[in-house]
Design a protein. Structure first.
Length: 331
């Protein structure tokens, strides 16, 4: 039973490490009420009719339907008390297919140029959260990809750092020497050399945030790789006994529209089957816009291909609109 539990947990570790820790700890009766209280405090719904995506004709049930979850990492923490007026620093969209027992994980570059309905203009996708929090971010991505987003999980710097520290660091092969800000915005406070090593919470955060050494796509791949390392170490036997400390530390830095009962449902379903994870990324190019800002431009054919791949994974029909009008434009 224990091996089965550990194996099944791996499919849940995407970007929202905190939510997955909740899944695990909720299985234990000893901490059941603690987790329920934390989730009650962390629950934050968004204003949607019948609490469902506008691209859904019905409300999904995590145990019966293929679902999507948007994981939002925001650039705030103890030193950056922006609350809702923060930009998203990382966006990962996961679709879950219960028939295939698979997950597709798309990394969305923070500088991607998109139409933001909240402000009725085109700008960087990470600005959507600044103007309207998770709701605006979800609306923007739904408009961009025409993919229904059923749930979201939002975490900040503190949550990420706390998880890595609770695990006594994570192993990672640093690709090159870097000097980066820490979570308190201290310049060059994090200095790493190339090679395989154990990263602290601040060092891991610096790597997932760093953008000046490669590009947005490589940054997204780096985020995916580090999350896999966190998942692997989190499910090792010694660290299973640290879950109590982790969930208490993460709880106040987590917001989600998943209810406690939905999380329990996902967990109990997940322990029956091992899931595979397929990471996917856009193709495109970066450059300065007419406003002088740096943008990432997703190639239209890449966006069209990935959007339909995700729709197929959710058992939805392909989007039949003209690709030239696929997002950010009115039909």
């Amino acid at each position: 039973m224990f091996k089965k539990l550990v194996r099944s947990l791996k499919w849940l570790f995407i970007f929202g490490v905190p939510i997955l820790l909740i899944f695990l700890i909720s299985y234990g009766a000893y901490l059941y009420h603690t987790v329920e209280n934390i989730l009650t405090q962390s629950h934050q719904d968004i204003e949607r009719e019948n609490k469902k995506s506008r691209l859904r004709s019905y409300s999904v049930d995590p145990i019966k339907d293929n679902i999507s979850i948007l994981f939002i990492g925001i650039d705030t923490g103890e030193e950056r008390d922006y609350h809702e007026a923060s930009r998203s620093d990382a966006l990962l969209l996961a679709t879950f297919n219960k028939e295939d027992k698979s997950i597709k994980l798309l990394s969305i570059p923070r500088d991607t140029i998109v139409y933001v309905p909240e402000i009725d203009r085109t700008t960087k996708i990470n600005h959507a959260h600044f103007y309207g929090g998770p709701r605006s971010t979800i609306e923007t991505i739904e408009n961009f990809l025409h993919i229904p987003i059923d749930y979201y999980v939002r975490v900040n710097f503190e949550a990420f750092i706390n998880v890595v520290e609770a695990l006594d660091g994570i192993p990672y092969n640093v690709p090159y020497e870097i000097r980066e800000l820490d979570s308190h915005d201290n310049k060059n406070a994090v200095h790493l050399f190339p090679g395989y090593q154990t990263l602290s919470g601040e060092e891991a955060l610096a790597l997932v945030r760093s953008r000046k050494y490669d590009n947005d796509i490589e940054r997204g791949k780096r985020q995916q790789d580090i999350m896999k390392q966190i998942a692997k170490k989190s499910t090792s036997l010694p660290n299973l006994f640290k879950i109590d400390d982790i969930i208490r530390a993460v709880g106040t830095n987590l917001k989600t529209n998943l209810t406690f009962q939905e999380i329990r449902t996902l967990f109990h379903y997940g322990i029956e089957y091992p899931y595979t994870i397929d990471t996917i990324n856009f193709e495109g190019d970066s450059g300065y816009g007419e406003d002088g800002l740096w943008y990432y431009n997703v190639r239209e054919d890449s966006k069209w291909k990935i959007a339909n791949e995700l729709r197929h994974h959710l058992n939805l029909p392909e989007d039949g609109r003209n690709p030239s009008k696929f997002a950010g434009e009115d039909d």
